[in-house]
Design a protein around this ligand. Sequence first.
Ligand code: IYR
Length: 329
Amino acid sequence: MDAYELITRNAAEVVTEEEIEALADDPDGKRAYVGYEPSGVLHIGHMLTANKLIDLQEAGFEVTVLLADVHAYLNDKGSFEAIRRTAERMRDQFIAYGLDADKTQFVLGSDFQLEDDYTLDLHALELETTLARAERAMAEIKSGDSVKVSQAVYPLMQALDIPYLGVDLAVGGMEQRKVHMLARDVLPSIDRTPPTSLHTPLIADLASGIGKMSSSTGVTISMEDATAEIEEKVNKAYCPPTADPDPDDEGRERENPVLQIFEYHVFPRFDSVVVERPDEYGGDLEYEAYDALEADLESGELHPADAKSALADALDRLIAPGREQLQDQ
Ligand code: IYR
């Protein structure tokens, strides 16, 4: 796989392709980052962007993880002290789950976002941006309904993080895209380069296949789940037997989260996936690529129950090393 393919594989969108091509061809000095609001336990939603960071490291990027403590505070996630403690725990979890501690720079937002220059640049951006524009950028991220001033400041700070961290590429889930578009619009007004961005797909809720998987509203797999919990959640996951639409579904957009997890979490990290089946059901199946597994599930060759047990097994193998390391601490 060449650098461009590695950078863009499994991305839902890149802005823009030409800019990514130029970065792929750049032999050195390329830097990318993802920011996370610190939260108690890492779940597979975090790992989607973390997997992308691992791809980017392989493609020659230096990688920064921003533990966005000030952003979490602005988003009403608790006291600043509690958020700081959570941030430290999150750093250990990312390392346990495969981000190389020697190659990844972890930065706390509060390490640079409270400096004079940053604050003055933030005020300059505030002068350039209407409240309506900032609010629109936050629509997918904010937690409450009644908009606070903090929610207008939040996306402007996220935009400003990009030049202050000196990165070429901002990575995030699709819910971050409006903030990155705002950054492209407003940063030139304070003489900063508009950033290139890459967005990972959103995985649907495990139980329903509807909407976005989230630890606050539905079922997700956490990086601390035990083998039995993973099996139970995956067994209950929405995974229709064929591609035929459910007649009772009234046109609701449903994704297949089992397939999504195979595509975005399992195949990027394993060379092949073995589905174990008794001989009377056709014997074991081995897949080297995601598309073949999807085709077999859709044709009926692969039964959802067998796909689920292979998925639970693969997820457990992905999660076990970090889970054990964290238990020992
Ligand atoms: N908005 C992100 C957190 C975040 C991301 C970046 I990239 C930043 O520079 C700052 C904050 C979230 O929703 O978790």
